[in-house]
Design a protein around this ligand. Structure first.
Ligand SMILES: Nc1ncnc2c1ncn2[C@@H]1O[C@H](COP(=O)(O)OP(=O)(O)OP(=O)(O)O)[C@@H](O)[C@H]1O
Length: 298
């Protein structure tokens, strides 16, 4: 496979703080990689290193595409107050010999014709994000990096955005995107890289990460719980179940491998499946809920 970027044992510090610790990562041509992590995990710093905006303190980064073949959508964009959508599109397109044509731009933005004459800052949050995206891909980059692209988008704009990403992917664009939305990795990511406190905790397919259920969750209505309280507390104690309350339900959480025994105990006490709701807590949810301990393997 042809590599687009390679990071070898990269460490980045801001003063004494290690924000990225010994990161090694390869992205191959045509791959779509989701970089997932909580606030402050180091996602934007990693992107800045790839873009050459910061130097690493240790390690090497090799970008195989030319700089002008890389498109970048940053988390926040700023434009002068007195520039229209049309003017900015024309300005950015003027740097490329093969810029997107009007029809392609219309397909991305889905703006009415009159909107092009509007000042950029009068766009809604979602419209502005689509506009940012359009500028990022106006020169048809081979490698596209997008940092939290869907912030501020409503559901239909978000769906449209992911459709555009899918089309880019079908045309062979290599994509690296960051997101806080666990469900967004399902749209077009081939791989999910989980960054946690500056360390890569997982690098695998979305399917693989989703199926790694570390915990089971059982919700029981408080009214029902009260009827069987003594017996339920005994079961909870014997399996060391984490018990919490949320409005009118009691939630039990326990390791997946205890599922059969816990459910059988509930049925023995007299609860029926109609009284309980059983759900899986995925690995991704677990990590985002800050519940994964350092020792837990992925
Ligand atoms: N220029 C800088 N100087 C000092 N510290 C910085 C700088 N840039 C980032 N940091 C720190 O590095 C850590 C990682 O920040 P980064 O922006 O990479 O995280 P992130 O995963 O992108 O977070 P978010 O999801 O909130 O955007 C944070 O603690 C942040 O305060």
């Amino acid at each position: 496979m042809t590599q687009v970027i390679t990071l070898n044992n990269v460490t980045k510090k801001f003063k004494e703080k290690e924000v990225l610790k010994n990161i090694s990562l390869e992205i191959n041509q045509g791959e779509c990689v989701a970089l997932l992590g909580k606030n402050g995990a180091g996602k934007s710093t990693l992107i800045s290193l790839i873009l050459g905006l910061f130097y690493p303190n240790e390690g090497e980064i090799e970008l195989y595409d030319k700089k002008e073949e890389v498109g970048f959508l940053s988390q926040k964009t700023r434009f002068p107050d007195d520039v229209t959508i049309q003017e900015m599109l024309g300005f950015v397109a003027s740097f490329s010999s093969n810029a997107l044509n009007k029809e392609e731009i219309d397909h991305i933005l889905k703006f009415e014709e009159s909107k092009y004459k509007q000042l950029i800052h009068t766009c809604s949050g979602g419209e502005q994000r689509l506009f940012d995206m359009c500028l990022a891909i106006i020169n048809r980059p081979k490698f596209l990096i997008v940092d939290e692209p869907t912030a501020g988008m409503d559901t239909s704009t978000r769906n449209h955005f992911w459709q555009v990403m899918e089309e880019l992917k079908e045309r062979g664009t290599t994509i690296l995107f960051t997101t806080h939305y666990v469900e967004e990795v399902d749209y077009c990511a081939d791989r999910v890289v989980l960054l946690d406190d500056g360390v890569i905790r997982a690098d695998n397919t979305p399917y693989h990460l989703r199926t790694l259920n570390k915990r089971k969750r059982v919700a029981i209505e408080k009214e029902t719980y009260t009827l069987f309280e003594k017996e339920l507390n005994e079961v909870a104690d014997s399996f060391k179940i984490t018990v919490s309350e949320k409005s009118d339900i009691i939630i039990w959480e326990f390791k997946n491998n205890l599922s059969n025994e816990v459910i059988q105990s509930l049925l023995r006490i007299g609860l029926s499946f109609e009284n309980i709701e059983v759900t899986n807590t995925s690995l991704l949810n677990t990590i985002f809920a800050n519940e994964l301990s350092e020792e837990e393997e992925i």
